[in-house]
Design a protein. Sequence first.
Length: 455
Amino acid sequence: MDGQMPGAVSVMDGCKSIVNRSRQMDYQQSRAYIRDAEQYGSVLGLANMKELMSRLGNPQDDSRYIHIAGTNGKGSVIAYLYTVLTEAGYHVGRYISPTIYSYRERMEAGGRKVSRDKFAGYITRISNVINEMTAEGLPHPTPFEIETAAAFLFFQEEKCDLVLLEVGMGGDMDATNIIKAPLLAVIVSISPDHQGFLGNTLSEIAEKKAGIIKHGCEAVTVVQQPEVRKVLTDTCNREKVPLHIADRNEARVVEADCFGQKFCYQEETYEISLAGAYQTENAVLALKTLELLENRGLPTTIAQRKQGLKHTCWGGRFTVLGKEPLFIVDGAHNPGAADMLAASIRRYFAGRNIYYIMGVFRDKDYRTVIEKTHSYAGKILTIQTPDNPRALPAEELAETVKEYHSDVEAMKSISAAVDRVYELAAPEDVILAFGSLSFIGELTKIVQNKERIKS
């Protein structure tokens, strides 16, 4: 005997128990826990994520996935697939980031966001495992790794027929890429973004994105730049994976305005409520993905695809908030998205007087975004995106815009910018708010309140 009473707990064991077990968090505490994880930084690679998931019982292995990577269009393609498959009767999960209107939009199943209580329960369970890891000297997981782990627990509990899994950034080293081979690897349009993390050339960026392509899946993509196409082709050949191309040129737009569009594809006419010159390509990629799912045990009819595409909503992507003046928000925050926004402006608003509200992150290539879009605006108002250390102050953004455009005004807040633009714009004018997705939620609420007062 070492002098300890039978059944007693030593001080050391008691401390270890405290380290290893956290009390049940509520929703706000779980959110704070994730925010606090920012302080620990990150470690390159998937080893820490694999360790975390292993200690949680590898819940990610219990679901089937469509894994979606690329630069612009991931969210729209997921929205189309989610709506079609859910309306067709499948129990589908969806994991996306960032979100605009609600944090819990990150993880949904069957059209319902994860509940506050369930989310807090997942984070409590994850925090207990993290306590064990850090007590052993292992790195603390990042906020995105924690959120992704919670999503896998959620989808396991929901027993989803299929999960639509969006890559956070890149592909090969993304926390979502701990899954085994998905049913389908979907690659949307690839263009320069996150160069500091992904590489300085399209080929380098494409290499990272192509990391989700694994032996045993099929891959589908849109018509890409030649250097991107080569990387995807080489990766598929190496992994012995068939590569399918969804060609936007096979679709013919028959009607289009800022409220939606109709297009013909494979002798069928489809209607979508999402505007933007780029949405036809996203819809065609979704349709090609649905065709490939036929052979994977998840069939849908043409009628279900038509109905689902028509019913798809995806806020913050060339979305109309008001009509007189026309007020549109869009998440154009990188050069590729700026090209798409400029194409939409030319398509819908040629000859119209246009006002901009712009807000960006300082680590984005906002100068190129300005270069591609400034010529269409009569006046540009700049704002600082709220509650984010990456936000570029409105005054700094205004100084850069002034290098390209003579009529620029920095605003003190989003609310002030909305008030000012309504003072300036006539009923027949157009207002475009774009840049970071992070300010669109707050701006949308402000504009909707103004529109209700007007009506």
